[in-house]
Design a protein around this ligand. Structure first.
Ligand SMILES: Cc1cc2nc3c(=O)[nH]c(=O)nc-3n(C[C@H](O)[C@H](O)[C@H](O)COP(=O)(O)O)c2cc1C
Length: 326
């Protein structure tokens, strides 16, 4: 299968779904530039509007939606199926019934994985392709080793299914290395946080551009105590050890808070961040978005991958796609 033809792409470059950072504006800009623009998990009404926006602004291109399973509800799946989206990326969970339902509705299903066991499970569910995530990636991590080390193992499990590489992709050289190693394409997140069409708060963009290091932590784990990669801020300075690990109190609170994910309402980001304080170890996964107060960036997760240390500016998404494609 030529996945570029199947997904109507000009270049083997996908933009990661990143909740509110990746709304219709970013996904449409990437799709118009010939890449795969992926809408992040949004409240259902916003999700429907974002799907419409990509259709309007990038006619003839694929519409892709990221289902971040921890916070995905039945209505999100229904919205994707009713709108007839072309691609769904299932991430941080999933099962055979979901993949079967989506594929039955004509959706091309990619599953993001970070271990061979996860890859085997995704193939058993019937996934059309895999996204192999490396540990250097920004945001939440299933990746356990560097992306280029994991890719060959994922390719063996995937057999003839396409495998996209995610993690550490910031230049055409990175894309070239992934393709040479057998990837069908690349997925970039951090590079697209740093675009003009990104929903990220401008101060969040400035902070990650200025960062000298990234941290793998579980600090921002209220309701979702899973590993994630961020750049340091006041909250991590106060509550993380030098190696990034969350100190005992937030780690304990987060591990006890996991059942909360089932009751987190849509549009809870603003509420969560309004209540968070650098001095109090209650940190949700919510990300600082455009329009929020600037001081919130010191109490929120500033997600970014290791590639941020090689990126030096905010560019239009079209330019980012062109630079990644080479
Ligand atoms: C700000 C941010 C938010 C993210 N949110 C999601 C998400 O909602 N769902 C998801 O599947 N992956 C998410 N990711 C991870 C990406 O899917 C991808 O694996 C990662 O960004 C690739 O690594 P890179 O950041 O080095 O390009 C996020 C990444 C970032 C940087």
């Amino acid at each position: 299968m030529d996945v570029l033809d199947r997904l109507r792409l000009d270049v083997p470059v996908a933009q990661a779904g990143m909740a509110g950072v990746a709304g219709g504006r970013l996904a449409a800009a990437v799709a118009s530039a010939g890449g795969l623009g992926t809408i992040g998990l949004l409240p259902t009404t916003d999700l429907r509007a974002a799907i419409g926006r990509v259709r309007d602004e990038a006619p003839g291109r694929s519409v892709a939606v990221n289902l971040l399973m921890r916070f995905t509800r039945r209505r999100h799946v229904q919205a994707c199926i009713e709108a007839g989206v072309d691609v769904v990326v299932v991430a941080f969970g999933g099962d055979a019934a979901l993949v079967r339902e989506l594929r039955g509705a004509g959706v091309f299903v990619l599953v993001m994985v970070g271990t061979e066991n996860q890859a085997r499970a995704a193939v058993a569910w019937g996934a059309d392709g895999l996204i192999a995530q490396g540990r250097e990636a920004g945001g939440h991590l299933v990746g356990t080793v560097a992306a280029l080390d994991f890719l060959p193992r994922a390719l063996v499990v995937a057999q003839d299914r396409p495998v996209f590489l995610a993690g550490g992709v910031a230049t055409s050289g990175d894309t070239g290395a992934a393709l040479a190693a057998g990837a069908a394409g690349v997925v970039a997140g951090t590079r697209f946080v740093l675009t003009e069409e990104s929903g990220a708060h401008r101060e969040y963009q400035r902070r990650i551009l200025a960062a000298r290091t990234t941290l793998e932590t579980t600090l921002f784990g209220l309701s979702w105590p899973m590993r994630h990669r961020v750049v340091p801020n006041t909250a991590t300075d106060r509550w993380c050890r030098a190696d990034g690990a969350a100190r005992r109190l937030p780690a304990l609170i987060n591990s006890l808070s996991a059942p909360l994910a089932r009751v987190v309402p849509e549009r809870s980001e603003g509420t969560a961040l309004r209540m968070q304080r650098p001095a109090i170890p209650l940190f949700s996964p919510a990300v600082p978005l455009e329009g929020m107060p600037e001081q919130w960036v010191d109490r929120a997760a500033l997600y970014a991958g290791e590639s941020v240390l090689r990126i030096d500016g905010v560019v239009p998404a079209k330019q980012a796609v062109a630079e990644l494609a080479g």
